[in-house]
Design a protein. Structure first.
Ligand code: TMP
Ligand code: ZN
Length: 411
């Protein structure tokens, strides 16, 4: 299939026998919202299957879509989401404090998007450099005065950056690591670029949380890898790097932040303790993943039955928030305009577009407030607390939310 490569070995340990445990079917790219004038054109569909490596414990997609197709026009800007802005403020403060960073230290952010994280470091008087391949968002960072190199990060660009800007004391990569196909090449680039005393800080959604809360909709083509800590430790070890600390985070349904150094350093007890808890909970065994697949099927069946019965009762239902993961949910459950009148979303460029595959119109919240629906399917469930608070007046007047995971529930 054009633009698609079948993964023939584990991305971390190179084991060739991968166990496929979940097929979500064929679907369009989760961020490919369709502009009105293109709604009649055909969309590209790609299979979405997930497999487990029983040698190192890595969970990964069975196929890789060509990044040139996936990221050419990347419809995601960090700065559009208030909770993420607050999160990045916390991250920058934490790094500066934890490592006593002197002002003027060079900080590089990979997948720097519109510069939201780097802006925080800049405000703390650090030197900052963004690395961002999407040609439509890199200029947004530059407009804020944030130097941005327009590249997919790898060994080659790392060398170029090192000679142009020097060796950063800190390199950050938040929500980008799971998007990288060739991790070897990426880490070699990090190793060469990073100052010898420097720290590489990675944030990734934590696979253990995804399984526990059945966050299957966070599976989409951009997310090639689903990380537990154990395979990450093995991965960095191959390149003489060491995970010295780990923190659990609430963002994106539950993530981990790891701190990686060059060479041997003292490791915090949190690292071993988390790996132990992973193995005690069965995350190194294939049957755990089979059970997850069954729970995913049950959510689909339960949600479809619930929505059907509400429609039979004549209730109006809309989508709340149009995150990428909403499209996995809608396409896997085959939910379309027969069920949802529209999806309301705060993002300017999504408004006026249609959801990929399901072709549901995305509109602003003006329509939602003018004519409140009986039910709102919470596609942006990662912001549930903030949204349920914000919408108390909708709820007060009888409006209900449907939260799809870990099992469909009406609130
Ligand atoms: P994200 O999970 O990738 O940040 O995407 C969240 C989406 O939900 C994004 O398109 C913005 C939208 N959204 C709302 O429409 N209303 C809200 O209150 C929040 C927090 C997000
Ligand atoms: Zn492996």
């Amino acid at each position: 299939m054009e633009g698609l490569i079948e993964l023939n070995q584990c991305r971390v340990c190179k084991n060739k026998e991968l166990n496929k445990f979940l097929s979500l079917g064929s679907m369009p790219l989760a961020n490919s919202f369709i502009k009105k004038e293109r709604i009649a054109s055909s969309e590209a569909y790609f299979p979405l299957d997930v497999c487990f490596c029983s040698v190192c414990g890595m969970v990964q997609l069975a196929q890789v879509v060509d990044p040139q197709i996936m990221y050419k026009d990347y419809n995601y800007t960090t700065g559009t989401s208030e909770p993420m802005k607050a999160h990045f403020n916390g991250l920058a403060t934490q790094i500066v404090k934890k490592f006593n960073l002197p002002t003027g230290s060079l900080i590089a952010d990979i997948g720097s998007n519109d510069g939201t994280l780097l802006q925080q470091f800049k405000d703390m008087n650090m030197r900052v450099l963004g690395i961002e391949p999407a040609s439509n968002v890199a200029p947004l960072a530059r407009a804020k005065g944030i130097d941005t190199v327009e590249e997919f990060f790898s060994e080659g660009p790392a060398r170029k950056i090192r000679s142009g800007w020097g060796q950063p004391m800190v390199i950050t990569a938040t929500n980008v690591f799971a998007h990288v196909n060739n991790l070897d090449d990426f880490i070699i680039g990090i190793f060469n670029l990073l100052d010898d005393r420097g720290i590489f800080v990675v944030e990734v959604p934590y696979m253990v949380e995804m399984l526990k809360k059945v966050e299957f909709d966070t599976i989409y083509h951009e997310h090639l890898s689903y990380f537990a800590l154990r395979p990450l430790v093995a991965l960095f070890k191959r390149f003489h790097m060491q995970i010295i600390d780990v923190e659990r985070l609430e963002v994106h349904g539950g993530s981990i932040r790891i701190y990686v150094s060059k060479g041997e350093k003292k490791t915090e007890a949190a690292v071993d303790s988390l790996i132990r808890s992973e193995s005690q909970s069965g995350f190194d065994r294939i049957d755990t993943y089979g059970k997850f697949a069954q729970r995913v099927n049950r959510i689909r069946d339960g949600l479809v039955t619930l929505l059907k019965s509400l429609k039979i009762q004549g209730k109006s239902i809309v989508g709340y928030g149009a995150p990428a993961k909403g499209n996995t949910l809608l396409n896997y459950c085959k939910i379309g305009t027969e069920t949802l009148d529209y999806i309301a979303d705060t993002t300017d460029f999504k408004q006026g577009c249609f959801s990929p595959g399901s072709h549901i119109p995305v509109i602003s919240f003006d329509g939602f407030y003018a004519n409140p629906p009986d039910y709102a399917l919470l596609l942006a469930w990662n912001y549930a607390d903030a949204i349920l608070n914000k919408e108390w007046s909708y709820r007060q007047s009888g409006g209900k939310f449907i939260v799809p995971i870990p099992e469909p529930k009406i609130i």
